[in-house]
Design a protein around this ligand. Structure first.
Ligand code: HEM
Length: 190
């Protein structure tokens, strides 16, 4: 039942991205422009949903510069506070069905009222990621170009995806093997 559900989700997401890329690029193999990037809204939602489910930086730590009261606790100056980004991203009150891949959560109309820091893969406030805008643009360009040229599928759809923390970063415990085939030139994506 779970596998069927995941399979149907993957098919829907694949179709939405294919429709979006077809609408933006038609069958042309021209390079991606800045204007195209603003139109790849669904792709952006997919990137954000991936960063929500599997944030590369799953936790952030800070030393408190002063005594701080929060949630009824007094935390002393100098204590190290570790913020679980991955835990925050799986809060069912903010992200219902937190383990499901639902990119539409990030559409503007579905984000109304959500705290701006509820989704923080790049951290927030002073010392947040200075490369976040660049990273998002880079991911969009690379993914759009790859999906336009190649067809990707899992080599073993039954293989479990096990996230593991490696040197503070979240990464797959075992490599995810893909089958990549070239998309025929001029053929619409489906
Ligand atoms: C998906 C890609 C990326 C993710 C998820 C990410 C995430 C983060 C996070 C969470 C932090 C804050 C760590 C902390 O508060 O302890 C950070 C800091 C930083 N990131 Fe990124 N980052 C990404 C890509 C990039 C890129 C492409 C660049 C550079 C072009 C970059 C440059 C930096 C720098 C310089 C800092 C340190 C900022 C400071 O300490 O003031 N990051 N990043």
């Amino acid at each position: 039942m779970l596998k069927t559900h995941l399979y149907l989700t993957a098919l829907c997401v694949k179709k939405l991205i294919a429709d979006e890329l077809n609408a933006v690029f038609s069958n042309s193999d021209r390079p991606c422009t800045a204007q195209d990037l603003t139109e790849l809204k669904h792709l952006e939602c997919c990137i954000k949903e991936s960063l929500r489910l599997h944030p590369n930086v799953p936790a952030i730590s800070r030393y408190l510069p002063e005594d701080t009261e929060t949630g009824g606790y007094m935390l002393p100056k100098g204590a190290m506070v570790i913020l679980s980004v991955i835990g925050m991203h799986h809060n069912p009150e903010v992200f219902p069905d937190p383990d499901d891949f639902k990119p539409e959560r990030f559409l503007a109309e579905n984000s109304i009222g959500r705290h701006p820091f509820a989704f923080s893969p790049f951290s927030a406030g002073p010392r947040n990621c200075i490369g976040q805008k660049f990273a998002m643009l880079e991911l969009k360009v690379i993914l759009a170009n790859l999906i336009r040229r190649f067809i990707f599928s899992l080599a073993d759809p039954e293989a479990p995806l096990i996230p593991a923390i490696q040197e503070t970063m979240l990464a797959p415990k075992y490599p995810i093997k893909l089958v990549v085939s070239k998309r025929l030139a001029g053929k619409r994506m489906c």
